[in-house]
Write a protein that binds this ligand. Structure first.
Ligand code: PLP
Length: 394
């Protein structure tokens, strides 16, 4: 039996993390101070993007993206049903219409071929954009999606909440980091405790587009600016203008300090996640009745290296509920990601119904996310493997 319960994911807070938060608490700035820009710059560097804007959470990041791209009542946006609901909700915040495309069952990522069919069956301008999700840390092939988007004048918001440090390999053989801004106009990340980098609550938008970057900054702080060259008038040193209806989506300096400290260990965490995945892969290979969710082939290098960021390690089994309950009895708290968004009562109230996206629904019936986080010990993982295989072979 395990000493401690094993969840599907958890944060890792070190003494250095705590020290930097305390130090920031004792500094002059609790919010709007120097740690914000420092975190933004370090994060932009980490994912290879030009600009980054730190915000209060990943959902706020998504909302800022839809505002910056001008989503409104006339906008139709395509996303996947296998995601956290925030990926779709950000379109609704701006009054837009959410349309789902079914998944590719081998990866549970949005099926690009189906997105193409949807887009090509409508006149140009019918859709405004696409929100692909690097689900489980499995990177979407954004080069393919960009091609489609360019043909039809669509924008892309990459929901990379699961995938800081993930990459896919483009047609030239180059590794393209999730959120690097080369293919999607905007990308978002979340720093919720179960995600790779934990600030308790927190999020980030990355982009290579200066104009969008400026809009994000404006809308993050009430639509207020103090920048001299942006002001319509100037009454003196105190003067500022509210130029648009923005929000308070700021993140405090203590949390940015925590994020910086966490980010300094991101490569270690990524390596450990991939190591854990390898151990699961080897253990489950050839076990009839356990199907490991596939890695996007675009995320595997020629030498066999993986760009999968492994936020989640997902298996599919026939008796998912049985396995879920069995693991709980043994103090293992596996989880289900996700209940398809279109089957949520809210989206059903907008006209969606069960049966609309059969591949997503079939995936949901069988999926289970096993413990996956850097501090999972080998003993704990072996116990999880033993219990999973034991249940399946029963
Ligand atoms: C966590 C998550 C979000 C939202 O992030 P929060 O920080 O919790 O608001 C958005 N999209 C996906 C795919 C997520 O997993």
């Amino acid at each position: 039996m395990l000493k401690n319960p094993v969840p599907y994911g958890r944060q890792h807070i070190t003494e250095a993390d705590i020290a930097t938060v305390v130090e920031t608490l004792q500094s002059d700035f609790l919010t709007q101070g120097p740690k914000v820009a420092e975190f933004e710059q370090a994060f932009a560097r980490y994912v290879g993007a030009k600009y980054a804007v730190a915000v209060s959470n990943g959902t706020a990041a998504l909302h800022l993206c839809t505002i910056a791209l001008g989503v409104n009542e006339a906008s139709r946006v395509i996303t996947t049903p296998i995601t956290f609901v925030a990926s779709a909700n950000c379109v609704r915040y701006c009054g837009g219409t959410v349309e789902f495309a079914d998944i590719d069952p081998t990866t549970a990522l949005i099926d690009i071929a189906q997105v193409r069919q949807m887009v090509e069956s409508k006149p140009k301008g019918y859709y405004s954009g696409i929100i692909p999700v690097d689900f489980a840390g499995n990177p979407v092939n954004l080069e393919q999606l960009r091609e489609l988007a360019d043909e039809h004048g669509l924008w892309i918001i990459e929901d990379a909440a699961h995938a800081p440090g993930g990459f896919f390999v483009d047609s030239k053989g180059e590794q393209q980091l999730c959120g690097n801004g080369r293919f999607a106009e905007l990308a978002i990340f979340s720093f919720h405790p179960v995600k790779h980098i934990a600030t308790s609550e927190g999020g980030m938008v990355t982009t290579n587009d200066e104009e969008l970057y400026k809009k994000l900054l404006l809308y993050r702080t009430h639509g207020i600016t103090r920048e001299a060259d942006l002001l319509e008038e100037n009454h003196g040193g105190w003067y500022m203008e509210m130029q648009a209806l923005g929000y308070n989506y700021r993140i405090p300096d203590m949390l940015c300090a925590l994020g910086l400290s966490q980010l300094s260990r991101a490569d270690e965490g990524m390596a450990r996640r991939r190591q854990i995945a390898k151990i699961y892969d080897a253990a489950f290979a050839g076990t009839a009745g356990i199907e490991v969710l596939g890695t996007n082939l675009a995320a595997i290098t020629e030498s066999g290296e993986t760009g999968h960021a492994y936020h989640l390690y997902v298996i599919q089994v026939a008796d998912r509920k049985g396995l879920y309950n069995f693991l709980r009895e043994h103090n293992i708290f596996a989880q289900v990601h996700y209940i398809p968004a279109h089957t949520m009562p809210y989206y059903r109230s907008l006209g969606y119904k069960k049966g609309d996206f059969p591949k997503a629904e079939r995936y949901y019936e069988a999926c289970l996310s096993l413990p996956m986080y850097p501090t999972l010990t080998n003993e704990e993982q072996q116990f999880v493997i033993e219990k999973v295989i034991g249940f399946i072979k029963e």
